[in-house]
Design a protein around this ligand. Structure first.
Ligand code: HEM
Ligand SMILES: [Cu+2]
Length: 570
């Protein structure tokens, strides 16, 4: 239950601070404050991103220079290679994209943007983060047990994942599964909180259609997650039984069905893509309206579109299984649904372009990231249309074309949109400004090499380079000089990109403590979080805000100022 009754808080939010004398541990490790929990999620996610990126560095070095010791790691064995790929993917999706986009931004933003003093269930919220942290620790531990971490890919297809005689990592595979299940439980708890809070704790006057898009997207993403994860949790426990108790749900030699797992996994796995994509789209919408000084184009249509995308995302999963022996007639159905879902996503891109059209655009660092999101995500989306067509996917499946495709969706989501959000809300989080010059250096130093990594992978994939292969020098037709050059180009780009993260980290930490101080509303934005102090105190406002209009009233004709905060009376 909420520690402070909501009504009382509306009157006396300021007394929160006076009441609590917290020591360091209570404040940073045992907090029930949504902002602190949001930041715990964000920092844990950032630390995991460094680990995932390090793994990418190791296996890309192995691909470019097979058989050479990788500086900082050493020689890569085939088993280690599989372990690195598997855990890189798992970490980036489950321990970076999910925690930062949904739990990090969701926790920080939802109460602040709807004018509440905290989440409805603050202790549940704390438990959610603690379980998440535990899941991350279990995953890290799984890398160090006997025979090493799991290497059966983030999709964990049986029979490889189900039988230790095949995967050779009895401990690693089970710990990986336990970590994933713990992580899901953590997000279930968080998701319930987000949905209930945004339904029940909105500021007086705030109607559903006054809620900022990013809150809508996080709430809808939470609903998608709740609705899709059940079958996978059940499946994961069945898989754990196969591993540990000798059952054979997924073991074909004893009457089980490995394709059943694929259905359970992708029934979750595809909506999961939208679970992380929607909040990214929401962040970009907020940033674009502020820096185009324009109303979001077609606000209500955007909301209906988000809902439609969410619903449709439950009917496309088997496009991952076109070559798994499913009935070709079913493949046709899933081709149609997959192509259908590109319509709302394309519509969102048009909405953003229409929002920019005629705006007075300010190319700040957050805006550059937001614009780059659209451009790069478009490449991911368009290549998805090829892969969604079953006839083509038969050729492209499991090639680097697929790897490049999904990185053009996930990288914009998990890195580009996150950077847009972090640089945008940083002043609110820490009360200080990031350095713009180094922000732009970081932006260009990330965006250019990002394309340098993955454009070569599209070409290699189209030439037939199969994924999850540890050393191509064993395949003559995959070792033509131009192919070797492309592999090296991709790896060098990665190293350059990683090097450009150093200025970001320095800028981030330095600005947290030493950056120039900012007031409540440095960007002249409309939404409620900008009416709280920077950083907001425990309880967020001394006098709780009231809402008089929608979130995107920029450049309204006849008004002196080009913004019109949601809480301003007239
Ligand atoms: C830092 C730059 C990154 C590089 C250079 C990179 C590179 C790669 C490569 C080469 C693979 C292996 C493909 C294969 O052989 O099957 C891979 C797999 C994967 N990556 Fe990344 N990646 C990066 C960032 C990300 C991000 C940000 C995400 C998601 C948020 C992500 C998600 C995945 C997933 C899900 C897989 C599949 C893992 C599996 O097959 O089990 N990656 N990555
Ligand atoms: Cu999919």
């Amino acid at each position: 239950m909420a520690q402070h009754s909501h009504e009382a808080a509306h009157v006396a939010g300021a007394s929160h601070d006076a009441h609590h004398h917290q020591n360091w541990f209570q404040k940073y490790c045992w907090s029930t404050d949504h902002k602190m929990i949001g930041m715990q999620y964000m920092f844990t996610g950032m630390a995991m991103a460094l680990l995932g990126a390090f793994m990418a560095y190791v296996f890309r070095m192995q691909l470019a220079f097979p058989g050479h010791a990788v500086p900082g790691f050493g020689l890569v064995s085939p088993g280690q290679y599989n372990m690195l790929i598997t855990n890189h993917g798992s970490i980036m999706i489950f321990w970076v994209a999910m925690p930062v986009l949904i739990a990090g931004f969701g926790n920080f933003l939802i109460p602040l943007m709807i004018g509440a003093d905290d989440m409805v269930f603050p202790r549940l919220n704390r438990l959610s983060y603690q379980l998440f942290l535990l899941s991350a620790l279990v995953l890290i531990a799984s890398l160090f047990v006997q025979n090493g971490g799991f290497g059966g890919a983030w999709t964990a297809y049986p029979p490889l994942s189900a039988d230790k005689h095949y995967n050779l990592t009895p401990w690693g595979s089970s710990l990986w599964l336990i970590a994933v299940v713990l992580e899901f439980v953590a997000f279930l708890l968080g998701g319930i909180n987000f949905i209930v809070t945004s339904m029940n704790s909105r500021a007086p006057g705030m109607k559903a259609f006054d809620v900022p898009i990013v809150v809508w997207t996080i709430v809808i993403a939470s609903i998608l997650f709740l609705a899709s994860v059940g079958p996978l949790v059940a499946g994961a426990i069945m898989l754990l039984f196969d591993q540990l108790l000798g059952t054979s749900f997924f073991n074909p030699t004893r009457g089980g069905d490995p394709v059943l797992w694929q259905h359970l996994f992708w029934f979750f796995g595809h909506p999961e893509v939208y679970v992380v994509m929607l909040p990214a789209m929401g962040i970009v919408a907020e940033v674009m309206t502020v820096f185009a000084r324009k109303k979001l184009f077609a606000y209500k249509t955007v909301i209906y579109t988000i809902i439609a995308t969410g619903v449709l995302s439950f009917f496309v999963w088997a496009h991952h299984q076109f070559v798994a022996g499913i009935d070709p007639r079913m493949a046709n159905v899933f081709t149609v649904t997959t192509l259908l879902i590109s319509i709302p996503v394309a519509e969102m891109c048009f909405v953003y372009i229409a929002t920019l059209y005629g705006g007075s655009i300010r190319l700040t660092t957050p805006m550059l990231w937001a614009l780059a999101f659209i451009a790069e995500f478009l490449i991911g989306g368009v290549t998805g249309i090829y892969l969604g067509s079953s006839g083509l996917d038969v050729f492209f499946h499991d090639t680097y074309f697929v790897v490049a495709h999904f990185h053009y969706t996930f990288f914009p989501i998990a890195i580009i949109a996150v950077m847009s959000g972090v640089t945008f809300w940083f002043p609110k989080m820490f009360g200080r400004q990031l350095n713009e010059f180094w922000g732009k250096v970081h932006f260009w130093g990330t965006i250019i090499p990002f394309n340098g990594i993955f454009i070569p992978l599209f070409i290699l994939g189209a030439a037939g380079e199969h994924r999850r292969i540890f050393d191509y020098s064993n395949f003559e037709h995959m070792s033509k000089p131009w192919m070797i050059d492309m592999r090296i180009a991709a790896t060098v780009s990665l190293v350059v990109m990683l090097a450009f993260q150093i200025p970001f980290l320095i800028n981030f930490v330095w600005s947290m403590f030493k950056g120039p101080k900012v007031g409540k509303n440095p960007w002249n934005a409309n939404t409620l979080e900008w009416t709280a102090d920077s950083p907001p105190p425990h309880g967020n406002w001394a006098v709780m805000p009231e809402v008089h209009r929608g979130p995107y009233e920029y450049s309204v004709p006849g008004r002196e100022r080009d913004f019109w905060p949601q809480d301003e009376k007239v």
